[in-house]
Design a protein around this ligand. Structure first.
Ligand code: SF4
Length: 310
């Protein structure tokens, strides 16, 4: 087997060719695709982000990564999850062999950061893994609620004249991007999902709405992107879906209510099942489905409503 080493080079990087895109989703998809090509990858950025990935991969393989406190990425999909987590109910452990799944996720995130940084044209600022304050409504009870947050990527138009070659004049000036690595089935589902209506058992929308309302991000009035990466078929394009301000605000208001109830110690009952009926079974582990909710056993042992019989 032969191997080639690309000579280290400093810029110039090779940005995505100038072309108008109808929206941020299609622009980001093109930038990501361009930056992922071996013709355009920047050796210094690849080195930096592969080093970051290596640290995270080691941690994923060597340490348990169970989450104990409520954070934007955990325990927000359902009000009863938030309540159980706030009342100290132990959540089920993740499978012992979850490390490789987390590892692949870290690697694909870091390669995506390198790709977008390499291919983004002048006039745009790209910030990755940015530390941000949590929204003003996020409880300050640090024993139960994580007090730190970071977003995958924040894109900002710094020079409107340069940016208008790529995006419409009325495009929002800032875009929050949350990358999600997905299996092939979930990637397809993500492409068709009606965000804000369909069940979101993994809490992607809750996480996005929380960060969209951070004072350091502030895109709740303009919308944000959930960008799917197909980990089963890595030559598939990035799949960014635009989440509207209306969907973000409805979710933000649901989260506020869930947190109020959790802090008061009021059990909201099977909130996710009530919202989504049979469609929640896949996540809640009812109707013969194994389920993913970390509190599915505790929840089914404590019914507050009659099951719908399905
Ligand atoms: S099993 Fe379903 S309804 Fe019960 S806590 Fe989990 S997500 Fe909520």
């Amino acid at each position: 087997m032969t191997s080639t080493t690309k000579q280290k080079s400093v810029s110039p990087l090779l940005p995505v060719p100038e072309q108008p895109y109808p929206d941020w989703s299609r622009f980001l998809k093109a930038v990501w695709q361009h930056g992922m090509s071996v013709k355009n990858a920047d050796p210094l950025l690849i080195e930096e982000h592969v080093d970051n990935a290596a640290k995270n991969i080691k941690s994923s393989m060597l340490e348990r990564n169970e989450v104990r406190r409520i954070r934007p990425s955990a325990f927000l999909a359902c009000a009863r999850q938030t309540y159980y987590a706030a009342t100290g109910e132990p959540s089920g452990d993740m499978p012992d062999n979850i490390g490789p799944t987390f590892s692949i996720g870290h690697l694909l995130h870091e390669l995506s950061y390198a790709a977008v940084r390499a291919a983004m044209p002048k006039g745009f600022k790209v910030e990755v893994e940015k530390h941000v304050a949590l929204p003003t409504w996020w409880p300050d009870d640090y024993s139960r609620f994580n007090q730190e947050g970071h977003v995958d990527m924040l894109l900002t138009i710094e020079d409107a004249d340069s940016a208008k070659a790529y995006l419409p004049d009325d495009a929002s000036k800032r875009m929050l991007v949350d990358f999600k690595t997905m299996g092939g089935y979930s990637y397809k589902k993500h492409g068709k999902s009606i965000w804000g209506e369909d069940p979101d058992g993994f809490g992607y929308l809750g996480q996005l709405a929380t960060y969209a309302d951070s004072p350091d991000v502030d895109v709740i009035e303009t919308g944000a992107l959930i960008a799917g990466i197909n980990r089963d078929s890595l030559t598939q394009p990035l799949l960014p879906r635009f989440i509207t301000p209306a969907a973000l605000k409805v979710e933000r208001d649901r989260l506020k209510m869930a947190m109020e109830m959790a802090l008061e110690g009021s059990d909201p009952g099977e909130e996710f099942l009530i919202r989504h009926a049979r469609e929640a079974h896949f996540y809640c582990g009812r109707g013969g489905k194994p389920g993913y909710c970390p509190f599915k056993n505790k929840c089914s042992e404590n019914p507050t409503r009659e099951e719908d019989g399905s």
